[in-house]
Design a protein around this ligand. Structure first.
Ligand code: GLC
Length: 652
């Protein structure tokens, strides 16, 4: 949009730009800046317009975008142009990801690079390397307390190692996703060190207060994120003689985004990693970016404006780069991180589907799909040009963040149902073999979350220990069943490293004083490559899981209706144990695939006659795309074994 005030400011800024910037070939940069500047200016003004130095800050912002554009390697600029043309590229069903810690997976970044063939063997072509930036030696919240945003942690490698990995991945067509921890820094970051030394400019990078007045006001409405290990949201700093806001751990200082210098620095960090070769930047803890007294300090409108501004600016410099919103918030809040009132994502193109993840665990624990169906219906539709990141497990805990109303609709009472789920998944309930570990139990509110590896949570650990072949079979089937949903639901499936070979809980974290208080370490493994080798040995659990997932990803990549175009219809069926939905071609319903998943251990049936497009006329011509075989049909009733799923399609 053309608008005089912003245009005239832009002209002034461009006239003042240093010779170093104005002498370069910035054709594409200027086109994109022109297209986005009205939006950038409005947002920046809304957030920082009251300041005397507003114009100077706006100039710094433009300089930051221009400098990083000049540094953007030609190969990445080419990718930008390609993706601008093929703008729906990331909605394609061919993409499948894995999240990993580089040290746990390959020892270090070089080790990850040596194992790129492993991803390709499995069918993974997007790798999220969890924080690899410099962080404190001791506790660092798994790298989410960053002490230098532009350096690699020496324990996993160097910046050239990361650059090489990015190049090698690109050559093989594997996308690289990296974290930018936006909400806070470690207390060892140079900004925190300067703030502690008394520099007011850097104290203004954080929320610091000389006494409890403001912290007490905040505390009235702020929940606690890590109630067991880091109660409260402020930490007293002796050296600075001030309280500092620390929403997560006491050593993670929350950044103050009401200061434009913080915004500009963090934009620069995002563009820096974009220029190192990240295709996707995972923006950590985005719900927390804006703090307001009297609120929970989550999902505030300004947090969204900050994300929109980051997106607009990043599109000017590195338009091919996508953002993932890590916002583990209520279903109605999470879709807002795509950007509201838009078709294309104005904030983040991808968002974690934490609701689906939690609902899947509910289905495991209840052995039916009642709440899963209710909960999925309550998640608002996503934007056209945005997608979900669907996952079963990740490096964090499982939070039971679904809606109380949905729990009631499914026929349960919210408090006791949540308690049941925690008990079931942590092995406290009779008849469960799950080996989860409670996380973040809040004595005051009674809340609890759950840690644990996929294999241990689904009973594989128990089954292997008790050498019970039937229990092993059930656990393996459950693991594949869960993945069958994230692979067919619409969105990017993100596997978690180790799950593909049934990695069990790792208790060794308890011996490390920096980790022992945080049960999430139980599911952040070091891959046992001998165990991984068993993926080639028929009869082992590793073989069944790995080969099953490999098959699933290969089949998925060929099913065009699995691309994510809001082309899913949930189908209400009488049998509560089944989760059923259809994926279809948006223009013609011809290529439809019916996904049927049985969360119960016993065989279940589905009368296909009752389903509009799947009735009698298709009888006898159906195939399960996953197995390539005809499904079990008795007349027109489909029969699925315990924990079985199928991807039904009409044979041509
Ligand atoms: C994100 C990360 C989590 C971390 C938190 C604070 O939620 O996924 O591991 O503890 O941010 O940085």
């Amino acid at each position: 949009m053309y608008e005089q005030a912003s245009h005239s400011l832009l002209n002034d800024i461009l006239n003042r730009l240093k010779a170093e910037i104005s002498s370069r070939d910035l054709r594409h940069f200027y086109t994109r800046l022109g297209a986005n500047f009205y939006g950038i200016h409005s947002l920046f003004k809304h957030l920082y317009g009251e300041r005397d130095d507003f114009e100077l800050q706006a100039q710094r912002l433009v300089e930051t975008m221009a400098r990083q554009y000049i540094r953007r390697p030609p190969a990445l600029r080419k990718v930008d142009l390609e993706r601008e043309k093929d703008f729906d590229w990331f909605l394609h069903q061919k993409w499948a990801g894995m999240a990993l810690y580089s040290n746990g997976f390959g020892g270090d970044l070089k080790g990850v690079g040596e194992r790129l063939g492993y991803f390709q063997e499995l069918g993974v072509n997007l790798v999220h390397i969890m924080p690899a930036m410099k962080c404190p030696e001791g506790a660092s919240d798994g790298g989410y307390a960053v002490s230098d945003f532009r350096a690699i942690d020496p324990r996993v490698g160097t910046l050239p190692d990361m650059q090489k990995l990015a190049r090698d991945m690109r050559k093989r067509g594997i996308l690289l996703a990296l974290d930018v921890v936006l909400n806070h820094t470690s207390d060892e970051h140079e900004w925190a060190i300067k703030a502690r030394a008394g520099d007011p400019a850097y104290q203004d990078f954080y929320y610091t207060y000389p006494n409890r007045a403001v912290p007490d006001m905040f505390e009235e409405s702020m929940p606690e994120i890590f109630p067991e290990t880091a109660p409260g949201n402020f930490t007293w700093n002796e050296e600075m003689q001030r309280w500092v806001m620390t929403v997560f751990n006491s050593y993670q200082w929350d950044l103050n985004y009401s200061n434009p210098a913080v915004f500009i620095e963090m934009l620069d960090v995002i563009l820096f990693w974009a220029n190192q070769g990240a295709d996707i930047v995972r923006l950590d803890a985005v719900a927390f970016l804006w703090k307001k007294i009297g609120s929970t300090c989550q999902n505030e409108r300004e947090a969204h404006l900050i994300l929109q501004l980051l997106k607009d600016c990043s599109q000017v410099t590195a338009p091919g780069v996508l953002f993932i919103a890590e916002a583990i918030v209520a279903p109605v809040e999470v879709t807002k991180y795509f950007g509201e009132d838009a078709v294309i994502a104005k904030e983040c193109e991808i968002a974690y589907n934490a609701t689906l993840m939690a609902l899947l665990w509910d289905a495991v624990a209840t052995k039916n799909a009642r709440l899963l169906r209710e909960g999925v219906t309550s998640v608002p539709l996503k934007l056209e040009r945005a997608t979900w990141l669907n996952y079963v497990r990740c490096h964090d805990d499982i939070g039971l963040g679904f809606d109380d109303n949905d729990i009631r609709q499914a026929g349960y009472e919210p408090v006791s149902h949540r308690r049941y789920l925690v008990d079931y998944l942590t092995g406290q309930h009779p008849g469960t073999h799950a080996r989860g570990v409670p996380f973040g139990r809040n004595e005051r509110t009674g809340d609890a979350r759950i840690s644990g590896s996929l294999a241990s949570l689904t009973g594989l650990q128990h089954a292997l220990e008790s050498e019970d072949p039937q229990a092993i079979d059930h656990a393996v089937r459950t693991i594949l069943l869960l993945h069958s949903i994230i692979c067919s639901f619409g969105g990017l499936p993100l596997l978690y490293y180790g799950d593909e070979i049934g990695t069990l809980n790792d208790e060794s974290y308890m011996e490390d004083p920096h980790k022992s208080g945080d049960t999430r370490w139980v599911h952040r493994p070091t891959i046992d490559w001998e165990k991984a080798d068993r993926r080639h040995t028929p009869g082992t659990a590793e073989y069944r899981i790995f080969q099953g997932l490999k098959q699933m990803l290969a089949v998925r990549s060929e099913i065009t209706v699995f691309a994510d175009f809001n082309n899913r219809e949930l189908i209400a069926v009488e049998n509560p144990n089944l989760f059923v939905f259809e994926r279809y071609n948006v223009t013609a319903r011809t290529d439809a695939v019916l996904v049927v998943a049985n969360f119960n251990g016993k065989p279940q049936s589905l009368d296909l006659d009752g389903l509009a497009h799947w009735g009698r006329h298709r009888y006898g011509r159906l195939v399960d795309l996953y197995t390539g075989r005809r499904p079990d049909l008795v007349n027109n009733t489909l029969v699925l074994g315990g924990y079985q799923f199928c991807w039904l399609s009409e044979m041509w």
